[in-house]
Design a protein around this ligand. Sequence first.
Ligand SMILES: Nc1nc2c(c(=O)[nH]1)N[C@H]1C(S)=C(S)[C@@H](COP(=O)(O)OP(=O)(O)OC[C@H]3O[C@@H](n4cnc5c(=O)[nH]c(N)nc54)[C@H](O)[C@@H]3O)O[C@H]1N2
Ligand SMILES: Nc1nc2c(c(=O)[nH]1)N[C@H]1C(S)=C(S)[C@@H](COP(=O)(O)OP(=O)(O)OC[C@H]3O[C@@H](n4cnc5c(=O)[nH]c(N)nc54)[C@H](O)[C@@H]3O)O[C@H]1N2
Ligand code: SF4
Ligand SMILES: [Mo]
Length: 908
Amino acid sequence: METKTTCPYCGVGCGVVAQHDPRRCDTLAGVSGDSTHPANEGRLCVKGSALAQTLGHEGRLMHPRIDGCDVSWETALSEVASRLAGIRKRHGGGAIAGYLSGQLLTEDYYIANKFFKGFVGTPHVDTNSRLCMASAVAGYKRALGADAVPCCYEDLEEAELVVLTGSNLAWNHPVLYQRLRAAKRRNPLMQIVVIDPRVTDTCELADLYLQIAPGSDIALFNGLLSYMADKGRLDRNFIQHHAEGFDEALAAAQQEVPDIEAVAERCGVDAERLETFYYWFATRLHVVTLYSQGINQSSSGTDRVNAIINCHLAGGSIGLPGAGPFSITGQPNAMGGREVGGLANQLAAHMDYHTPGALDRVTRFWTTPGLVPTLPDGPGHKALALIEAIERGEIQALWIMATNPLVSLPDANRVRAAIKRCPLVIVSDGVARNDTLEYADIVLPASGWAEKDGTVTNSERRISRQRGILPPPGEARHDWWILCEVARRMGFGEAFNYRGVHEIFDEHARLSGFENDPQATPENGYRLFDISGLAGLDRNAYDALAPIQWPVNAGAPHGTARLFNNARFMTPNGRARLIAVTSSPAIQQPSHEARLMLNTGRIRDQWHTMTRTARASRLMHHRSEPFIEVHPATARAAGVTDGQVARLHNALGEYFGRVRVTTAQRPGELFIPIHWNNQFAHQARASALIKAVCDPVSGQPESKQGRVAMSPITAQWEACLLLGRDAPAPLEESDWWARIPQVHCQRWQMAGETSFDWQAWCEHTLGQAPTLWSEDGRRGHFRAACLQGGRLRWWLAVAPAGTLNPMLGEIGWLDDCFAYETLESSQRRRLLAGRAASSEDAGSTVCSCHQVGQKSIERAIANGCNSVEALGERLACGTQCGSCIPELKKLIAAQAEHRDEPVEQVSV
Ligand SMILES: Nc1nc2c(c(=O)[nH]1)N[C@H]1C(S)=C(S)[C@@H](COP(=O)(O)OP(=O)(O)OC[C@H]3O[C@@H](n4cnc5c(=O)[nH]c(N)nc54)[C@H](O)[C@@H]3O)O[C@H]1N2
Ligand SMILES: Nc1nc2c(c(=O)[nH]1)N[C@H]1C(S)=C(S)[C@@H](COP(=O)(O)OP(=O)(O)OC[C@H]3O[C@@H](n4cnc5c(=O)[nH]c(N)nc54)[C@H](O)[C@@H]3O)O[C@H]1N2
Ligand code: SF4
Ligand SMILES: [Mo]
């Protein structure tokens, strides 16, 4: 059987076809791209393609838990309801807080917002979108009067110039990147500019790359605004009739950066390159600027967003095909959360607390016979302020849903301390273990992707159905159901009485259209977010809902691809606003103890805190361990070498990762991934090093500009330990460790200073002496394996620090050994050699879809496959999702350089 649904990862919002066997209720037979879905037209990236491998009941949360003990739903729900009601009675609704997520479906989100704000009566409901989209939202609101993304994906294809800034699109929105690549192939005149302090795979498509100094974005775009004015490249008509604030914005820009040389100095970029960018932007109308976390996650994030939008307004590049400032969303339903009003400063359905008449309107809408909501009258605490309120003891109960704040919030160790002292912590999640669940008093098991039913909205305002295909495991329940059951037990049943998600969606659609008159002004109730055209769908019609872009109403029954083509904006006078912005000094300044600049972000194959992507072992091979990317000069100065484990530290915390020396980094700057956490490695939470400072307008934390020191760890030995299912984990025996799930075993990489008697160590730590072993004490080598009843139980290799990984190579064949009931004698003999018999070492995985390793690719190139197409034909790499094509090109270029052959330029 096949069911169409939507990918639960990034904001591209790809349509997926799920193949399932009705006799199997724990997993899907496979997934493929939905060729009829407008976002991806059949394409999927590696993460989407591996969705089926992330399912299965193992490691899922099956039962509600109170203080660590499994309880029935009845007990859990009554306990949650009575404790929340008690706190509300004693301290008021404001002592209760919700912390939600852009990974909830719109229906869950709508119910959570209605529950907390409408009936518990607390304004303190915020979401992880605060860490992600808050600056983009605030910037759009300041400029356009509403949080409305003007563009759609076709605009990227129709543009003459695409500017990607603060976005690693190739890794983080791979299907959009593929669409852009295809568009450029069709239209070679299209130009692409990439702006990022580090060279990423996204640069592979760039005609021009600007390696700017971190945080110099405002100077860069202010320089562009001045340039457009100087060269007479403004859209005077647009500025005069549809915008305001131009003179002030230009004056601020000119004052900050009087000429291109001043910008070049601020940004650390060659003036000639800058001028090329400025010339391209100023002479083209069809320009899309796409931005993401490199812009948003900053103490000046909102100003950065407005510096970009200013240039689009000054040049009139908005509201046209192939033009506009395009904030690309991260999470699958970041947009849905914004639509229901999930942020602490929003009320509901694109109405804020201060929107004239909004409080009264929402109160009337949510009133049911005999039950009137008790809405708070002003905004609540944004995420970081919420943590401070917990520290002050003002928040007595916190309900966390679909997010892992102990890993993702800045100053993560402080967050842990705050949450530890909060009297009641409720966590709804789908997995049995994560860093946040460890501090929950009450744990509620939530259904997950392929089980949940509802809608999500992607980056281009397109609403798609996510369909429930499998039954939730154990006693897991949908988030909206859990909320409604608690609401009922708190006496709000009348307002939370739904027969299914279609009724919730219907209410949400009706609220969006309630007293929303497009002929009126925004002060008189007009909101752009209007899906009243989707109200009244019954269960079948809702289930059949095809992807559609809002607004959907009487005036636009088939949805709306682009906004503002009439140049009427959502401000009181209908004009868009340019905002005068100037750079302010970085808040996180270098100190004697912490000189290096720390940038944090994502890798291609992992999703956030790895609770789902680490379940697919094929996604563990591209980058297997936490790492630190560093320029060669900086590495030398710090005394660290490539492949070694190093430690980053500052006053807030520490981070361990394997050093990757690369000229992709600017000297003095480091990049680390955000994904690893206590479940997968020793001290590898990036956010433990990030200070809790945020943008004053949006409240979004500055996650990309930390300050740290780096030092080598003094490891004597390194070990690779493979553990079968029933073998005990090696706890805290080493100075550093990382756990890398494989298909049949768990791989532990460890390093330490104090040497052990390894035979005794095995007996003591792994509970059993080795069956086979070999030792070379002089060289510091030890190999051992333990077989039980013919079956491999564990396998261990120890070597001096820095020598182990190159020696081991690919260990896929060893992983396979754990699958056999009995190992044959030839297999046993090879165990200690640590090498497969015939198969050649494939090297680290480059193509995750077809599991093709770097060494195999290099061999194929050496044998004459010197194009991406030829490699694809020989090894199939790069032929499915295409995410590895930039890496394939680099490998081809590297070998050609080695042979001194001319190659097509790859770096720009
Ligand atoms: N594979 C994968 N894809 C994902 C996710 C994931 O976890 N894994 N998460 C999703 C989510 S929620 C989000 S929000 C998106 C995020 O998507 P992106 O924003 O693309 O992700 P990041 O890697 O956080 O940061 C983007 C780039 O900003 C650059 N940068 C840092 N500082 C500056 C600066 O001062 N100026 C400029 N111009 N650039 C700077 C970084 O070097 C980095 O390359 O990805 C989504 N997609
Ligand atoms: N230093 C630094 N920090 C960052 C960032 C950065 O770039 N640098 N990026 C920030 C950004 S943009 C983001 S979006 C955040 C992401 O950070 P988080 O939101 O903390 O990360 P996730 O791993 O996505 O957490 C989602 C949790 O919800 C669970 N879950 C999944 N689906 C469901 C569901 O349907 N219901 C329930 N109840 N639970 C579910 C998952 O198992 C997981 O535990 O990190 C932010 N933090
Ligand atoms: S680009 Fe990849 S992760 Fe994003 S929605 Fe599409 S398949 Fe999912
Ligand atoms: Mo995000």
